[in-house]
Structure formats: structure tokens, C-alpha cells
Design a protein around this ligand. Sequence first.
Ligand SMILES: Nc1ncnc2c1ncn2[C@@H]1O[C@H](COP(=O)(O)OP(=O)(O)OP(=O)(O)O)[C@@H](O)[C@H]1O
Length: 246
Amino acid sequence: MGSIRSIGLTTASRSSDGSSIKIDKDDSINVQVVLRCRPLSGDEKRAKMPVAISCNEHKHEVSVIQNAANRHLAKSFVFDKILGPKSQQKDLYEQAIALIVNEALEGYNCTIFAYGQTGTGKTYTMEREGRKQKSREFHNDVGMIPRVVRQIFDTLEAQNNKYSMKVTFLELYNEEITDLLVPDEVSQSLDDKSRKPIALMEYGKGAVFVRGLEERVVRTADEIYKILEEVRRMLCRRVDAEERIE
Ligand SMILES: Nc1ncnc2c1ncn2[C@@H]1O[C@H](COP(=O)(O)OP(=O)(O)OP(=O)(O)O)[C@@H](O)[C@H]1O
């Protein structure tokens, strides 16, 4: 069972003449499912594991190979978009993510999440970090979250508007919500009364929000990268501590 980690960005943007941005009140929900197939890993290749799928990006179709010897295709599935094993992070970003970020900046509520069985590439696709030394340039394998953060700030700065931004960062695991912006040391030192309750609340029409999450005001993309790094380290420490207990 995997966990869901969600980093939330709340932006309020105001044009230079002081009028606020227009938000379309259309409640319709538009869901797109993009399938990304990762290449075989080094270990899988060494173990001579057969390739189990065949991607047709043009037809938006993936076929499951039932018999690897004669490449018999058992079943095909159609998605809104397919990215095959040769696809790069940049391809996914340009073809499926950048547009959603533009919509979020126009005032729509948008969510991007990765879903899949363990080892399928969720962390690689979403979180992978890495910038070339002393440069704004990303390495090729940098994931979606750092790219989204950069696009948001680049767009807001280019518009020369006033804006404010807050981030939240939570983990949902085994039906429990953990606020990742409250360091483990702090959360363990609080007594029950001082601890902010974290609950998933509904407010009409199926919309939900998480009450009691820590929010941090951020002014630059680097401040968000620092938070991501801080949380990544905290999670590594947590995994180490759990392994020591086992
Ligand atoms: N598109 C890709 N290209 C190259 N390597 C990839 C790709 N996707 C994933 N990998 C590699 O496959 C391995 C598993 O990926 P990852 O850890 O991202 O899976 P996950 O879905 O997050 O797994 P878990 O649910 O267990 O956390 C990693 O070594 C990662 O570097």
C-alpha cells in the first residue's frame, strides 16, 4: 500500500491596476488520465524479464503482451495520453503538465497526482530533483514538482503582478493524514492539547479540504525547493528510525 504525498500551493494574484483575477465559476470537472510506462530497470534486464506491454503513443493505446515469445497481445487499453518507456521527463511536462499549471494560474482548481503500484515510477516522475550547478537549468531527469514550481514563479514574475503564495505539504497513509511541515521532533514534543487536529472536511458538492495544516508563506521557487529537500530528509530519517526498530 503506497502513500499519497500532496504539496498544495495556494496563490492569490492581483493585476497591477489592483483588480483581482477572474475566476470562472464553471463547476465541471475535467479528468485526464495519462499513462507513463517506465523502461526495464538494470536488474530487470539482467534477470531477462520480458517486456509486458507495448505502447502506441499515436493511438493513445497500450497493449498487454500475454505471451512474450510470440508477442501475442491480450488486451488493449486507451488513455487520454500514453508516454512510452523512451519518454523523458520534459516530454511528460510539455505534453500533460504545463497546460494544467497555466489553468491553475488562470484561477481554476487543479490537481496532478501519480497513481500506480510500487516501483512503477511515481516518485521518479513527480519528485526527482536536481539542478545543474550554479545554474537555473534542470537536469533531464528532474520531475514534475520542481518544474511546476519554476513555471508558476516564472509566469507570475513575468506578469509583474503582486502575488502571495502559501504551501502545505501532507502525507496520506493508511487513512491517516500527517502534516509534513511539522517536523517529527516538534510534533512528538507537543502534548495532545497543543497538537492541531488534522481532519479531512467536506464543504458541499463533494469538495474537501484539510483543516489544521501548517501553511508556509513562500516568495521564491528556491524557498519551495528548500522545503521539499527538508521534508525529503525528514522522511529519510523516519524510514531509518523505523528500520532500526524492526
Ligand atoms: N521513466 C523512468 N525512467 C528511468 N527510470 C525510472 C523511470 N521511472 C522509474 N524509474 C526507476 O524505477 C525505480 C522505481 O521508481 P520509483 O521509486 O519512482 O517508484 P514508485 O512508484 O515511487 O515506488 P513506491 O510506490 O514503492 O515508492 C527507481 O529506481 C526509478 O529511478
